[in-house]
Design a protein around this ligand. Structure first.
Ligand code: KIV
Ligand code: ZN
Length: 511
C-alpha cells in the first residue's frame, strides 16, 4: 500500500446541506480560506445551479481562494454543467463534479429510466463537461446499492468519456466496511480502464460507519476521500476529515506509506470555525476535536498520563492544534504577549483588529483570573472576524427570581441610534428575547438553544449556540461571554444580523 490520498473537502456543499447549516457567502469564503491553510487538495464549494446564492459563493471562492482545486457539483444536465463551469471559470484549478443515480431503486422510482438511458446520459454529461475543463469527476449516486456489474459498466463508460476521478458514494450510509472495501477492490479488478482514473469514495454516516468505510476503501485502492470538517452533512453527516487523517497518521502500521497533505496543527482551529459559523456545536466526546478528547478524568488515567503520556493518549493534542499547556495569559499580560500568543495560534491581525482584541482581552482578564487559548480563539473569532453588526447590543437589565415574573429591558443600536424595549418572559433569557423582538420588529421562534463552558472553572466563558426560525428560514447564532445572559442576548443578535445580511445579499444576487 502506498500513495498520497487526495483530500476532497465537501463541508461547503454536502456539509452545508445539513438542515440548519446555511452559511453566508462571506462565511463560506472564510471557511474556504481556512481549508487551504489546512492543506486540503479539493474544495467542493457548492452546487451552482441550486440557487443564485450558491452560484455566487462558488464564483467568489473560485476568484479569491488560491492553493486548492475548486469544484462545483452538477447533475448530468447541460444547464447544471453550464452553471458549474460559469461559476468555476475564475479558478486557477477547477473541477466539475457530475453525478447520476445508478441503483435500481433510484433509476426505477426517482429517475424512471432504464440502464441503457443512464449509460447514455452519464456518457454525454461527461463529454459535455470536458468542454470546460480536463478535471472531471463522475459519481454514480447510491453506488453501494448499485448492481456491481452495472456499476462497472457505468465506470468504464464515464472514464472512456473523459472522467478523471470516479467517486463511489455510499449515499445512504448503508455499506459495511468489509463489503465496501471488497467493492472498491472489485472495481480495480473489473473496470478495464480504471488505471486512467482516481478512485474516490464519499461515505455517509447513517450507521456510524462513514470513516470506517472510507478507511476500508483506502486499503483496497481508493486514493481520494470525500469528507467534511466535524463530519457535518446530510442526515447523520459525512465522513469526518479529522478522523480519517488522524487514523492514517496514528495507525501508519495499518496504512504503510499512505500520506495526505493535511497540516494537522490546523485541525482544531478549522473545527471551531466550522462549528461557529454553522452553529453546530461539537459534541464533547467527539473524536479528535471534542472538548473531552484529551481530558483525563479518572485518577488512574491521570496518574498513568503523568508517568508516561502514551499510557492513555494515542494522539498528542498539540499535533491537532490543541495547546497542551492550559493557562496562558492573565490581567497583567501586555499587548506584546497577546500578539505573540495569537500569532502562535495562527491569527495575523491588523493593528486595528489588534486594538479591539486587546481591549476585549483586558475586559475578559478583569472578569476571569485565567485566560485560556480557547478564550483567545473565541475573542478573535467573535469580536474581530465577526459579522457586520446591523443591530448591536448597547446594554441590558433583567429582574428575576422565584417570586417575581421575570422581565428585561434591552437597549440596542442601529446606525448609531439607540432603541430600547422592555418585556416579561418565562425567564431572563426569554424576557430579553421578547424585548429584542419588540425593538427589531423581527418575529422569530427559538428552535434550538445550547450552552457550554469553553474552558473550566466557575468564571469560564459560556458559549451559547442557538437556532432561530425567521420567516420559515432556520438561522444559527453564537456568542460567548462570562455572563450567560449576555452570551444569550449576543447569540440571538448574531442570528438576527446573519438573517438580515443574507436577505440583503439575496437582493443583490444575479445569476
Ligand atoms: O451522497 C451522495 O451520493 C452525494 C453525491 C452527489 C456524490 O452527495
Ligand atoms: Zn453525499
Amino acid at each position: 500500500m502506498a500513495g498520497k490520498i487526495v483530500i476532497f473537502d465537501t463541508t461547503l456543499r454536502d456539509g452545508e446541506q445539513a438542515p440548519g447549516a446555511s452559511l453566508s457567502e462571506q462565511e463560506k469564503l472564510e471557511i474556504a480560506g481556512q481549508l487551504v491553510r489546512l492543506g486540503v487538495d479539493v474544495i467542493e464549494a457548492g452546487f451552482p445551479i441550486s440557487s443564485p446564492g450558491d452560484f455566487n459563493s462558488v464564483q467568489r471562492i473560485a476568484r479569491k481562494v488560491k492553493g486548492a482545486t475548486i469544484c462545483g457539483l452538477a447533475r448530468s444536465l447541460t444547464k447544471d454543467i453550464d452553471a458549474a463551469a460559469a461559476a468555476l471559470k475564475p479558478a486557477a484549478r477547477q473541477r466539475i463534479h457530475v453525478f447520476l443515480a445508478t441503483s435500481k431503486v433510484h433509476m426505477q422510482f426517482k429517475l424512471k429510466k432504464a440502464e441503457s438511458e443512464i449509460l447514455k446520459i452519464a456518457r454525454e454529461a461527461v463529454v459535455y463537461a470536458r468542454n470546460f475543463t480536463d478535471d472531471i469527476q463522475f459519481s454514480p449516486e447510491d453506488a453501494s446499492r448499485t448492481e456491481p456489474e452495472f456499476l462497472f459498466r457505468v465506470l468504464e463508460t464515464v472514464i472512456r468519456a473523459g472522467a478523471t476521478t470516479v467517486n463511489i458514494p455510499d449515499t445512504v450510509g448503508y455499506a459495511q466496511p468489509d463489503e465496501f472495501g471488497a467493492l472498491i477492490k472489485a472495481i480495480t479488478e473489473n473496470v478495464p480502464n480504471i488505471n486512467k482514473a482516481v478512485i474516490a469514495v464519499h461515505c455517509h454516516n447513517d450507521l456510524g460507519l462513514a470513516v470506517a468505510n472510507s478507511l476500508a476503501a483506502i486499503k483496497n485502492g481508493a486514493r481520494q476521500v470525500e469528507c467534511t470538517i466535524n463530519g457535518i452533512g446530510e442526515r447523520a453527516g459525512n465522513a469526518a476529515m479529522e478522523e480519517i487523517v488522524l487514523s492514517l497518521l496514528t495507525r501508519k502500521d495499518s496504512f504503510p506509506r499512505i500520506t495526505t497533505g493535511i497540516k494537522t496543527k490546523e485541525i482544531y482551529k478549522t473545527s471551531r470555525l466550522v462549528s461557529k459559523l454553522t452553529g453546530f456545536v461539537v459534541a464533547p466526546n467527539k473524536s479528535v476535536v471534542g472538548a473531552n478528547a484529551f481530558r483525563h478524568e479518572s485518577g488512574i488515567h491521570q496518574d498513568g498520563v503523568l508517568k508516561k503520556r502514551q499510557t492513555y493518549e494515542i494522539i498528542r493534542p498539540e499535533d491537532v492544534g490543541v495547546q497542551a499547556e492550559g493557562m496562558v495569559l492573565g490581567k497583567h499580560s501586555g499587548r506584546h504577549a497577546l500578539t505573540e500568543r495569537l500569532k502562535r495560534l495562527g491569527f495575523q491581525l491588523s493593528s486595528a483588529q489588534m486594538d479591539k482584541a486587546f481591549k476585549r482581552f483586558k475586559e475578559l482578564a478583569d472578569k476571569k483570573k485565567e485566560v485560556f487559548e480557547e478564550d483567545l480563539m473565541a475573542i478573535v473569532e467573535e469580536q474581530i472576524k465577526g459579522l457586520p453588526q446591523i443591530w448591536s447590543l448597547d446594554g441590558f437589565e433583567f429582574c428575576g427570581g422565584s417570586s417575581v415574573v421575570p422581565s428585561a429591558t434591552v437597549s440596542l443600536k442601529k446606525k448609531n441610534r439607540a432603541y430600547r424595549a422592555t418585556s416579561f418572559g418565562d425567564g431572563p433569557v426569554d424576557a430579553c428575547y421578547k424585548a429584542i423582538e419588540k425593538v427589531t420588529k423581527l418575529k422569530a421562534s427559538l428552535s434550538d438553544y445550547t450552552i457550554q463552558a469553553i474552558t473550566s472553572g466557575k468564571d469560564a466563558l459560556g458559549e451559547v449556540g442557538l437556532k432561530l426560525m425567521i420567516k420559515k428560514q432556520e438561522i444559527s447564532g453564537r456568542a460567548a461571554s462570562t455572563d450567560i445572559i449576555e452570551a444569550s442576548v449576543k447569540a440571538y443578535l448574531n442570528a438576527v444580523n446573519r438573517y438580515l445580511l443574507q436577505t440583503e445579499n439575496r437582493k443583490q444576487v444575479s445569476l
